[in-house]
Design a protein around this ligand. Sequence first.
Ligand code: SF4
Length: 205
Amino acid sequence: MSIFDPVYRQKNIGGQIARTLFHIGQAVKGMFWDKSRLEHLTPAQVKSLLFINYTRRDAITIGNMAKYLTCTPATASGVIDSLEKKGLIMRSRDPDDRRRVHLSLTPEGARVAGEVENIGNEIEEIIASFSPEEQIMLERLLVNIAEKLMEKGLISSSDICTDCCFFKKDSNRGNLKPHYCENLHIMLSEEDTCKECPHHKKTYN
Ligand code: SF4
């Protein structure tokens, strides 16, 4: 039994869907390659720029980047070195904890991230042609699949606080960091909540 066996797929809708998801994954891979070539980068370098650009400052670590890239910390470290040599990212010491190194984009890195970040728009355009009900249903089913893959440790995912089940909005109203995370036990500023977090867990109303 194989999702690549057309006879098997004809009798198994699950196999058909799995093969279609595989094809979509290949298309996304191709989109990353096309954009990366334009900037003389590798897909891993492009993904790393997007990770640094959109992830909450304290969550930009080698370990989280390795999970995001689905590679080892040593490989992620090598990608960071190559981006630093190209002048696209820089390292700086955390003023509150000198042992911690913070990664951020240089102005040129921010320009490149801006050039490549529309990867995937083709897919969004296709989805926009579906009805709102179909889009909600599709999202729920895909999130369900993604969560099962995360449980198996095959992928990692991140998103912003707004729809995270651990997010407590305005728990300390009037403070510079008015929101609270029940998972990480940290206070969050408005800016923090607009950045992706690798510990995000979606909640449904
Ligand atoms: S775990 Fe959820 S609430 Fe906490 S910082 Fe991450 S996304 Fe925000």
